[in-house]
Design a protein around this ligand. Structure first.
Ligand code: HEM
Length: 419
């Protein structure tokens, strides 16, 4: 094992309360001086270069299943793709794409656009807007409601449950918060389970009437092709109607989507506006084209991702340029550090809306690459473009926001805006 170096005393440890407010000086030092660092405090190996993080996310010697098991302590999260390695992982991920893959998102793109219009409408005439409570959370609730086909009457209860299960993301959550998160997970699973049969039935009924119409020729071939493409019902209904999964697996994937998706999407908004609003030129680019807005979402996630690291455990000894990690070691790929690696990104601390290529790791990489990424890009770009177009004077007001002490998601508190 290579001797690890110690972070200089003047730099706050990135997991300490002070370091969590601004982890970047420590990230930079680690990347430059000890890129394969054994952290005595957490007893984990910290990877900070883009090359090492990308390798850890793609190389099967770094197990996500073991990493999640370590991370969630004794929490019994239902089985899902995030808690499994290949080949089991692919068996769960393929049906998961029915819920949030690109085709699923295309099928509900009209609904997503309407949800975003509703969020924007809700801001009209408001003097004070809280970035997360008034924009991020309604956005996350609206787009996930589209995935799950939730009627308006279910949304308030869903939003409360989604907020409560989000504590499962935070590795620093104490035992009480973790127990509350587990209880909420049970309630969320029941909530989704209660709606799964009707959602699946709606999909089967639409498929049956589409095939009857095709048999009688009443829609014509173009009509039946279109019906097959959008295949009625919600993406959740298509997942629930799929017979490749057990019911527990299906609900595990559905609840993982809420745990992994709702809060990061909600918090992405404040993190993004914090960097974007002071840059008039960048805001102008986002306003002017949807492509620029999509590119901005990636760039803003590169700079301030709500998910700054992810855990793995080595299944055998791994030799990297910066050191040797033993078998069975707990490893954190600090993607927040990798995303500012000057070896890959010119001007790594700057917002460059048109950055291309932009191989950031904010959505992970390899087998476990975020399945929600197409949804995040589409919803994020529509939201940012719509916000800046409808509210061109949108700006921060009051005291500057501060970074919350939580580690996952990395998020701002007290970010107030006015139009
Ligand atoms: C800004 C918002 C988001 C960020 C930054 C983000 C980031 C990530 C990252 C880093 C991973 C990989 C974790 C690992 O390798 O251990 C991941 C996985 C995943 N994400 Fe996201 N995510 C976001 C939003 C969403 C949304 C909205 C959804 C669902 C609608 C979602 C669904 C998933 C799923 C299902 C996985 C597991 C994929 C697998 O294991 O194969 N995410 N996400």
């Amino acid at each position: 094992m290579t001797a690890s170096r110690t972070l200089p005393a003047h730099l706050a440890h990135p997991f300490s309360p002070r370091g969590r407010l601004d982890p970047y000086p420590a990230y930079r030092w680690l990347r430059e001086h000890d890129p394969v660092h054994f952290d005595v405090t957490s007893r984990m190996w910290l990877l900070t270069t883009h090359a090492d993080c990308a390798l850890a996310l793609r190389d099967p010697r770094f197990s996500a299943a073991l990493g999640q098991r370590e991370r969630v302590r004794d929490d019994e999260l239902p089985p899902s793709m995030l808690t499994t390695d290949p080949p089991e992982h692919q068996r769960l991920r393929s049906p998961g794409a029915l819920l949030m893959g690109p085709a699923a998102i295309r099928g509900i793109s009209g609904g997503i656009a309407a949800e975003i219009e509703r969020v924007l409408d809700g801001l009209a005439g408001r003097e004070r807007i809280e970035a997360t409570a008034d924009i991020g959370e309604p956005l996350a609730t609206g787009v996930l409601a589209e995935l799950f086909g939730l009627p308006p009457a279910d949304r308030a209860a869903f939003a409360v449950l989604a907020a409560r299960v989000s504590v499962n993301l935070d590795p620093l959550a104490g035992p009480q918060a973790a127990a509350a998160g587990r209880a909420a997970m049970g309630e969320l699973t029941r909530f989704l389970g209660d709606r799964a049969d009707a959602a699946a039935e709606a999909v089967r009924a639409t498929a049956a009437s589409a095939s009857t119409a095709a048999a009688t020729g009443s829609t014509g071939s173009a009509g039946s092709a279109a019906a097959a493409d959008t295949a009625g019902g919600s993406p959740f209904g298509r997942l629930a109607a799929d017979d490749r999964l057990t019911r527990a697996e299906m609900l595990g994937i559905a609840s993982l989507t809420v745990v992994g998706g709702w809060k990061p999407l909600a918090e992405m908004v404040g993190n993004a506006l914090h960097r974007l609003l002071p840059r008039k030129d960048a805001a102008e680019q986002v306003r002017e084209s949807h492509e620029a807005a999509v590119s901005a979402v990636d760039e803003l996630l590169r700079l301030e991702s709500p998910i700054p690291f992810t855990a793995r455990v080595t299944t055998e000894e791994v030799r990297l340029d910066g050191g040797v990690i033993p078998a069975g070691a707990r490893v954190l790929a600090l993607v927040g550090a990798a995303n500012r690696d000057p070896a890959v990104f010119a001007e790594p601390d700057e917002l460059v809306v048109s950055r291309a290529p932009n191989p950031h790791l904010a959505f992970g990489a390899g087998t476990h690459l975020c399945l929600g990424a197409p949804l995040v890009r589409q919803a994020g770009a529509l939201l940012l473009g719509g916000l800046l177009t409808r509210y061109p004077e949108l700006r921060p007001v009051g005291d500057p926001p501060v970074w919350a002490p939580s580690m996952v998601p990395r998020r701002l508190t007290g970010f107030t805006l006015t139009t």
